[in-house]
Design a protein around this ligand. Sequence first.
Ligand SMILES: [Zn+2]
Length: 62
Amino acid sequence: MEDRCTICGASLELGHGAPVMAHEGLTFRFCSLECLKIFKAFPEAYTHEEETELKSVEDTSP
Ligand SMILES: [Zn+2]
């Protein structure tokens, strides 16, 4: 699993001190406080993707 900014996808260096936020049991990393602000404003926009993926997998099975 690569360390990338949840918002803009910029690659993050380990130990860089990038902002981190725990949300619904998951840890999200960000390249800057600006991206962290965006996530705080619209967390669902960035957490829904995985949920939709899981649901679609469940839906395809009978
Ligand atoms: Zn970013």
